[in-house]
Design a protein around this ligand. Structure first.
Ligand SMILES: NC(=O)c1ccc[n+]([C@@H]2O[C@H](COP(=O)([O-])OP(=O)(O)OC[C@H]3O[C@@H](n4cnc5c(N)ncnc54)[C@H](O)[C@@H]3O)[C@@H](O)[C@H]2O)c1
Ligand SMILES: O=C(O)[C@H](O)[C@H](O)COP(=O)(O)O
Length: 387
């Protein structure tokens, strides 16, 4: 049994090695020839799984993507060929929320505002957006949610239309999948008209899919009026993204919002469980077997810090979004945009999630406990710590 796995899938041998022979290839090199004699294929988001890839894959019976997004997979084509499909819903949602909070705290520092004074709009309130709303609300931040498919299913209460959200919010966060057809298409959800409606000073953050924003219209607004701020993790035409838009974005990262080790390993493990089920074999490897101890596991706060400063410090102890911005800037200058973009992703440094950091609070810092817990850290008052 040959299992062809993207080289950027961590713990592939530990998981899939017990199910068959694991062969690894960079995701962009997985083509029809490579899958010809594969029985199972495990990808991430950069491998397009479509008729062209499947044309010679007569043995292929299982395709799994260790990602949340599935827009790179033609699921109808898989069904047509009788191939079982699995994805990894929610696997890296916590990491994306960490990225959003870290980015907003960084912008707040640079631009001289407080997150607590901003109203945040979340477009797409699924695994990522729902968790983001939960953490923002726990931080006492005023939020609005727009999710028409959910509003249709669950009732309109708690949701607003996109136009109302744009009108009322200082920060607009996109967490929608890329959907090109049907009643709730998201391709260019923020189109030229919506982008023109953004009030001066608005922050637009996209950690969904690049195609959910009209990049050309956003570039024109940033280059022309220059009165809004963009935080972009996802782009149209990755990895050969628009270099001018990249330069105009206040925070520009190479599609790494979800790239915590925890998120990637959850993704591998979810697909491993599905492949085991497909083969009728027990999944003997547990997620706990795969996750190492975090490099920074404990921080002590003594007091004397303003609340958002404390949050920023804790966020950066886990993941500093400025590092990812700087590395894309550096590598794109050095190797060109497409190669630099992929190089940053392939050599992405070890990153854990907020939930792996225990923050010990002493003296006056004890008052920060609800805030730090709300942001997703483990807060412990001095004296509560396990030995
Ligand atoms: N940048 C990254 O690293 C990264 C990481 C994870 C996920 N993603 C992207 O984020 C997307 C969302 O992830 P998720 O786990 O929350 O997915 P999800 O499926 O749990 O939630 C998506 C939500 O978007 C809503 N939605 C669909 N169409 C909409 C529309 N037209 N307007 C508003 N809302 C709409 C859905 O109803 C759903 O609630 C993924 O599909 C993926 O493309 C990116
Ligand atoms: O959809 C997802 O899960 C994310 O976009 C994920 O971070 C993609 O990871 P990649 O395949 O780009 O490594």
């Amino acid at each position: 049994m040959k299992i062809l796995v993207d080289a950027n899938v961590p713990a592939a041998d530990a998981c899939f090695g017990g199910l068959g022979e694991v062969v690894r290839l960079p995701g962009r090199e997985i083509d029809a020839g490579a899958v010809r004699d594969a029985d199972a294929l495990v990808v991430r988001s950069i491998t397009r799984v479509d008729e062209a890839l499947l044309q010679e894959a007569s043995r292929l019976r299982f395709v799994g993507t260790c990602t949340i997004g599935t827009d790179h997979v033609d699921q109808a084509a898989l069904a047509h060929h009788g191939i079982t499909f699995a994805s990894a819903p929610g696997c890296n949602a916590e990491a994306v929320v960490d990225y959003v909070l870290g980015s907003l705290l960084t912008l707040a520092e640079r631009q001289g505002w407080r997150l607590a004074d901003r109203r945040v709009g979340v477009v797409g309130a699924g695994n990522v957006g729902g968790r983001l709303l939960g953490r923002l609300e726990a931080l006492g931040i005023d939020c609005l949610a727009c999710d028409p498919p959910r509003a249709e299913r669950e009732g309109a209460q708690g949701f607003v239309e996109l136009a109302a959200l744009i009108d009322a919010c200082d920060v607009v966060c996109l967490h929608t999948p890329l959907v090109t057809g049907g009643g709730h298409a998201t391709h260019h959800l923020l189109d030229a008209e919506r982008i023109a409606e953004l009030a001066p000073g608005t922050v637009v953050l996209n950690a969904g899919r690049g195609g959910c924003i009209d990049g050309q219209a956003l570039r024109q607004r940033l280059a022309g009026q220059g009165d809004i701020t963009a935080v972009l993790d996802v782009w149209e035409h990755e990895p050969g993204i628009d270099a001018t838009l990249h330069d105009l974005a206040a925070i520009a990262t190479p599609h790494i919002a979800g790239h915590s080790l925890d998120g990637k390993l959850r993704g591998t493990h979810q697909v491993y469980r599905e492949l085991s089920r497909h083969l009728g074999l027990p999944a003997r490897v547990t997620l706990g077997d795969l996750l190492p101890s975090p490099p920074v596991s404990r921080l002590v706060l003594q007091g004397g810090l303003e609340a958002e400063e404390a949050l920023r410090l804790c966020a950066r102890a886990v993941h500093d979004v400025r590092r990812d911005h700087d590395s894309l800037l550096r590598e794109s200058r050095r190797q060109g945009m497409a190669r630099g973009f992929d190089a940053c992703r392939a050599r992405y440094p070890l990153r854990r999630e907020f939930a792996t950091l225990e923050v010990e609070l002493r003296q006056e810092a004890r008052r920060l406990s609800p805030l730090l817990e709300g942001a997703g850290f483990i807060a412990r008052e001095h004296g509560d710590l396990p030995v």
